[in-house]
Design a protein around this ligand. Structure first.
Ligand SMILES: Cc1cc2nc3c(=O)[nH]c(=O)nc-3n(C[C@H](O)[C@H](O)[C@H](O)COP(=O)(O)O)c2cc1C
Length: 336
């Protein structure tokens, strides 16, 4: 029997889709190619304003590939070889073979979620887990000194405001937010109120603040305080995620997912604060102040800790059937 018959591919994709993707756009599609899997990009799912180079989308493909690798391991299979394609689509071809073993991070896949609430003050036990994280991953710099975390939270606020003042970025973010109950895409993709840790009233408020009211609020100086995430960031600990300069974002994405799963395995809730790495001014300051080694680039920044609240247990994801394409569909998608 073939290793990758349709029911197996469906099970694998059901697990691989739990990988994080930027704004939860879920750009990765899968197609069986004999005993290999083609990784395809749904090119209708991009972020031209927030991610004009496509870096974060490609990183998201890398995270999905790592998710697939972990899913294969659970079934005694593994990726024997990753062939990165030279063009944009397909993204890669994964040659699957027997001989895989369960991944040490497999148990963390089902429970890892973005935690966008505040954190409990770190106690000694949390401190111990943070030390384990720091020693397990040489691509993370963990910062827990309160004054340093507070300064990063302030910087994060400035970086976020800078991004929100860019009309195209703000509109794009709003497009992927599912703040009203009847929003198309609710429960399928994007960022809903529960994922954003917002109550229903807060969610409606956010839709107005980021939408039609933003220019007025900005003029009267209220946009910055109303969109501030500073307190949440300041309540946690910071981890700088850095990778070799020049690394393919696919590989970066694989490491990004593993770093986040390691946090989850250590029972540390986390959320990326991408603006801190994306805004050049913030990136330069963090690299200089926190000793990101030469030859490495600061890819992203996590805030993390023990959640002060109950994280959601619900993964908002597209149905598996929509993530698996047939060869004819791939051609039409590539031709779009
Ligand atoms: C490259 C990348 C950047 C991200 N940046 C942010 C961010 O700046 N803020 C945020 O709240 N979530 C960020 N996320 C988290 C995604 O929004 C999240 O993974 C997605 O909504 C799926 O939800 P889940 O992580 O709970 O499974 C990022 C994820 C990726 C892969």
């Amino acid at each position: 029997m073939a290793m990758l018959d349709r029911p197996v591919v469906e099970e694998l994709v059901a697990e691989a889709r739990l990988a994080p993707s930027v704004h939860n756009i879920q750009p990765t599609r899968w197609q069986r190619d004999g005993e290999a899997l083609l990784v395809l990009a749904d090119d209708t799912r991009q972020l031209p304003a927030a991610d004009p180079s496509g870096h974060d989308v490609r990183l998201s493909h890398g995270a999905a590939i790592e998710g697939m690798s972990i899913a294969l391991g659970r079934r005694g299979l593994r990726i024997g070889r990753i062939e990165i394609a030279s063009g944009p689509n397909p993204v890669a071809r994964l040659v699957v073979e027997a001989g895989g073993a369960p991944d040490s991070l497999a148990a963390a896949v089902a429970t890892r979620m973005s935690w966008r609430g505040a954190f409990q003050p770190p106690d000694d036990e949390t401190q111990g887990r943070l030390e384990s994280l720091d020693s397990e991953r040489d691509d993370l710099i963990v910062i827990s000194q309160r004054d340093a975390v507070t300064a990063i939270a302030d910087l994060g606020n400035r970086a976020a405001y800078h991004a929100l003042c860019d009309d195209a970025q703000r509109r794009e973010l709003l497009h992927w937010m599912r703040l009203r109950q009847g929003d198309a895409g609710n429960g399928r993709d994007g960022l809903d109120a529960e994922a954003l840790a917002l109550g229903r009233v807060e969610a409606l408020g956010a839709a107005w603040v980021l939408g039609p009211l933003f220019p007025l609020l900005r003029r009267i100086g209220l946009a910055a305080p109303l969109t501030s995430d500073r307190a949440k960031t300041a309540s946690g600990v910071i981890a700088l995620f850095h990778r070799p300069a020049g690394e393919d974002p696919i590989e970066t994405g694989q490491a990004f997912y593993r770093a986040w799963l390691t946090m989850e395995r250590l029972r540390l809730a986390a959320c990326p604060v991408s603006v801190l790495a994306d805004w050049p001014e913030a990136n330069r300051m963090l690299v200089a102040q926190h000793g990101v080694p030469t030859g490495r680039r600061l890819v992203n920044v996590f805030r993390l800790g023990v959640a002060a609240g109950a994280p959601s247990t619900r993964h908002v994801r597209l149905p598996v059937q929509e993530l698996i394409t047939e060869p004819s569909e791939m051609r039409s998608s590539a031709a779009r």
